[in-house]
Design a protein around this ligand. Structure first.
Ligand SMILES: [Mg+2]
Length: 438
């Protein structure tokens, strides 16, 4: 494989003082994940579908070239996909989540500090020697991530976060690496970036800008400060400053501890039976509670939501109710009992339910709450130990190895339709990939 090493430009002193921002973004992430364990599909057109195989949420570069649009409902393009022999996958989030963790861990091996921004993107502050050697760091990141995880990435580097995003955009069009330094010919570069492609500029803001004759990043960078603040608010003005190379979004954007956890799904089939609906809600509660415990949090409230399909003409029904607790809890069993009580209040027979959800809200760090002297159902220390043991077993032996009877003992009919899901190669022992030697 040829090394894609960009030519090095002289480094002005300002880069050394302010440093640079790197942005690593995986190329067509979900499609790339599918290709890791299916080398026969590399270089082929692939699409990945949303939950319940609804619409297209990821496309390999080859699928993009065929003109398949993002967000297109699957049933509408099914014929085209078949005719063009496009490989179709249901989404496989256990696989994508696991490969995402591996990509992030690889970055951390190379750079001491990274800020994960989404499942397939991370900002990397490059200071001192890292800024001086930004080109080499970018090449190392790209090559190491590909070698260690099989996922291709693009690396953009710029004096501000917004310019690192622009650089990443350009990297994707070129050899996967683009380093913009303070002395870059910004006018040439930015005038080719459409306003709606700028990070932080939404479609509505782009429309506002177009009315004022601002259609590209260079024009935005040159716009009048007072006008920007008035028409685009402070955030739009900050974007313009960042495009000029003035870092204003330098503060750490690592998300603050989450305030709520939600687990909500559309069912593979409509549910009329209250018992089945209760099983689904118990399972969603377990999932949400597990996610909450992973963040070492407790909840002080739970809400349950059920509804019929919005496409249902006559019999529509939708209801939500909640409970708040005096003490924080992370006890799945207690939360499931509460969720069942809420369901009993809001369930109405005779409807075909299409979706349900559980929200845990008002989350607090587990450490902030002392276990109270008076044992209560929410805060029994023995229950906390039980939950830790449960999570450990399920982490080691696979999801749902141990679960509560309330979640249903047989086939979970409410499970999503995922007819085309690939094996969960990296997170389930039964689904490990097999290698053959000839
Ligand atoms: Mg990406």
């Amino acid at each position: 494989m040829g090394t894609s090493r960009p030519c090095r430009k002289p480094m002005p002193s300002s880069s050394a003082t302010h440093g640079l921002w790197g942005l690593v973004d995986c190329n067509s992430f979900y499609a790339s994940c599918e290709q890791v364990f299916r080398p026969d599909l590399r270089g082929k057109a692939i699409v990945v579908l949303s939950n319940n195989d609804g619409c297209i949420i990821a496309r390999s570069a080859e699928a993009k070239k065929l003109g398949i649009a993002m967000g297109e409902p699957y049933y509408k393009v099914q014929g085209l996909l078949k005719a063009k022999e496009v490989n179709v996958f249901s989404s496989n989030f256990p696989l994508y989540g696991d490969l995402s963790n591996r990509v992030m861990a690889t970055m951390e091996e190379i750079c001491p500090h990274i800020e994960q921004y989404s499942i397939d993107e991370a900002f990397i502050p490059l200071r001192g020697a890292l800024a001086v050697n930004a080109e080499d760091i970018a090449v190392t990141l790209k090559e190491t991530i590909l070698r260690w995880t099989g996922i291709p990435v693009s690396v953009g580097v710029g004096p501000t976060r917004t310019l690192s995003k622009v650089a990443n955009h350009l990297a994707k069009k070129g050899n996967g690496i683009c380093v913009l330094r303070q002395d870059a010919p910004y006018q040439d570069i930015l005038s080719k970036v459409p306003a709606e492609d700028i990070w932080g500029i939404g479609r509505r803001q782009a429309a506002k800008l177009a009315l004022a004759g601002i259609r590209n990043a260079w024009q935005l960078a040159q716009a009048n400060d007072a006008w920007l603040r008035k028409r685009l608010t402070v955030m739009g003005w900050q974007t313009a400053l960042e495009l000029r190379g003035i870092p204003v979004l330098d503060q750490d954007t690592t998300p603050t501890p989450r305030k709520s956890v939600v687990c909500s799904r559309s069912f593979g089939e409509r549910i009329r039976d209250r018992g089945l609906l209760a099983e689904a809600i118990a399972a969603f509660t377990a999932r949400a509670a597990e996610r909450m415990r992973r963040g070492e949090l407790l909840t002080r409230g739970i809400a349950v939501h059920i509804r019929t399909s919005y496409f249902e003409q006559q019999h529509q029904y939708e209801q939500t109710a909640q409970r708040v607790f005096r003490q924080g809890t992370n006890d799945t069993s207690f939360l499931q009992r509460t969720a069942a009580q809420i369901l009993a209040e809001i369930f109405s027979p005779g409807f075909a339910y299409a979706k349900a959800g559980v929200l845990l809200f008002d989350l607090i760090p587990a450490r902030s709450q002392q276990t109270s002297l008076l044992p209560s159902p929410e805060t029994d220390p023995k229950r906390r130990e039980l939950m830790t043991a449960l999570d450990k077993i399920n982490a080691k032996h696979g999801r749902d190895t141990v679960r509560f009877a309330a979640e249903g003992l047989q086939g979970q009919v409410w499970k999503m339709k995922q007819n085309k899901r690939s094996p969960r190669y990296t997170t389930e022992w039964e689904e490990l990939p097999t290698a053959y030697c000839k």
